[in-house]
Each structure stands twice: as structure tokens, then as C-alpha cells.
Design a protein around this ligand. Sequence first.
Ligand SMILES: *Cc1c(COP(=O)(O)O)cnc(C)c1O
Length: 374
Amino acid sequence: MATNTTLKVPLLDLRAQYDTIRAEVDDAVRRVMESCHFIGGPEITGLEEEIARYSRTPHAIACASGTDALLIAMWTLGIGPGDEVISPAYSFFATAGTVSNNGATPVFVDVDPRTYNLDPHRLEAAITPRTKAVVAVSLFGQCCDLPALKAICDKHQLYLIEDAAQSIGSEWEGRRSGSMCDFGTFSFFPSKNLGAAGDGGMILTGNAELAERARLLCNHGAKPKYYHSLVGTNSRLDALQAAILRVKLKHLDRWSEKRAKNAALYNALFEGSRVGRPYHDARTRHIYNQYVVRVPKRDELKKSLAERNVGCEIYYPVPLHLQKCFANLGYKVGDMPHSEAAALETIALPIYPELTEEQIRYVAQTVREFVDQG
Ligand SMILES: *Cc1c(COP(=O)(O)O)cnc(C)c1O
């Protein structure tokens, strides 16, 4: 106990990660600086090919962020004013924000209370004649039930997009996250499992025509240069980011395995406590972008962890249907009980690969002391 009180465990320690790959990252950065090829070029095509292979998808298009990846996927599908797009009520804001950015209307569906992913059983009731697409999220690094969602989308002729911002490398029955829908989208925000040194994103698809159109929209609709067949925008990934991501991609599986190992240790340490452990659907490969537990008195626990130097985060304190900017959609408290409960009762603990066993034991002990005795 006495030694433990000096421990400090951040939610994420990117510096610890950099220390393990410093030489490779520095070489990659130097390579781009020497080449002075900052936009497009071999680092971008190299990363696109490597991500496509990694995710077992024919086409991958680099863009400026995970938000842009969603925005452009919907834009490519022609989603716009008058269309409804179904989104889970519990996710990062961009999942639904990009629906509005395209001029369409988000329609929210409650999540499965165990996985926090869009509940396929609730999907059909939300479909109307205006529904054009569904954007499903593989939240916290666990692939959602895409085959079930896809069957419903096919029946109603809807597009299906997977927001895979948190789930690169996750699998549903052996199929990779990002590869099972009309579009899959990744984010390389620094805190994601594959994080850049800044913003970045990727759009994945199995459809060559959609891929071509998405690629054009990311580059002002120009092909060749200065000949514009579409009105697009500038949404590109920097070659510097691509070079760094190519280095990190080689380590991703090792990091994901370590995260799963850390999760298993937490699970064992929370055995017999009132801490609600994350549910792992046996059909998935979970990559634990987050390790999220359910606890009574969540906000008090957050305060107590901060006092004891344990990093944590609330993903997400307000479900999407209750966000102020969506007030005009007319949702109210009680409409999405599982999303609302998740927003009140869940908390993410440090799960990053470089955690030591001592740190994990300290976090688990600190949480248990509060939850079981507090
Ligand atoms: C991070 C994230 C995004 C947005 O990605 P950015 O790269 O930050 O724009 C979208 N959806 C989900 C579920 C995310 O976690």
C-alpha cells in the first residue's frame, strides 16, 4: 500500500509509446523531410495499401480525419437534405454530427446495454420511407453485429456505414472491422489504437466506383488536376502522418494483444466486486480502444480517482439524442434508456499497452476500494 500511493497512472501515455518506437518514427519523419514530398506520393499510397491489406478491404482512401471520413462517405452516397440516417444514440458526436453536416437528419436508436453498440433488434422500428442509410459504430473497439444490421439494411435497401474510428483490427466472426459495409471509416486521432501525430482518417470500401468517387471528393473532384468533374473539398492526409502511421501499423497487433491482456487482468481483479466489467461478445475480436466499467456513484469515483492520480474519462456524459444542438429533433429524457444509463454509469480506465502490471493492480485496487467499500 505505502509504495502504491506514489504511483501515477495516466489514462493514456503516448510518451511511453514513443519511447518504444522512437528510432523508427524518427527515421520515417526524416525520410519525408528529406524527400520534401509532403502531399500525396509514396507514403500515402503505401499506407492506403497497407491499411487495405490489414483490414482485408479492396480500397482505402486517406483523408484528413475520422470525421471527414464519415462526412465524405455520406457525401459519396448522395446523402443530403430530406434524407434520414439512423445512428446509435450513444457514440462520439461525429457519428451523428456528420449526418447534419450533409444536410440530412439523424434518427437515433438505443444501444445494446451490454456492448453499447446499435441494437439490431431496435433498428427496423426506426426505418421510415425517408431513411437512406444506417451508420453503426463499433464502440470502444468491439465490432458491432454488422451481419445482422446488414441483413436489415439489405431488406430495406439502405446503405450501411461502419464508424470504425475506435475499432481498427477488431473482427466479427473473423471478418475485419471496416470491411463489411458500403463504407468503413477509421480515425487516426492520437488517442485511437492507431494514432497519428495529429489528425488523420481513412475511408474503406469494397466498391470500386464508390472508392473512385470518394477519392475525387477528397481532392476537389479534380482528375486530372484542374479538371473538376465534381465539386469536392480538400481532405487529405499529410505524408508525414502517413509515414508515422506506417511505422505504428507494424506494431498494432502486438499493442492490441497487450490491451486485451490488460483487460483480462482487470477482469480477474474485479472478480466478485460491484464493478461491472465490460461485456465481450465471443463472436468478436475486441481491441479495447477503451476499457469501460459500470459503477454506482460514477461521478464520485471519478473525483476519487483523480485524487489518487489515476486517469479516467467519461465516454460520453450526454447521449446524442439529448445534445442541445439536436433539441429541434424533439427527443426527450427517457427515449433511449440504455444510452442514458450508459452516460450516467460508465467510466473508462487506463488500458494502454505500456501499462505495467503494478499500475493495473493499483488502478483496480483504487477502484475496488471506492466501489466496494465506499
Ligand atoms: C474519434 C471518433 C470519430 C472522429 O474521428 P476524428 O479523427 O477525431 O475526426 C468519429 N467517431 C467515433 C466513434 C470516434 O471515436
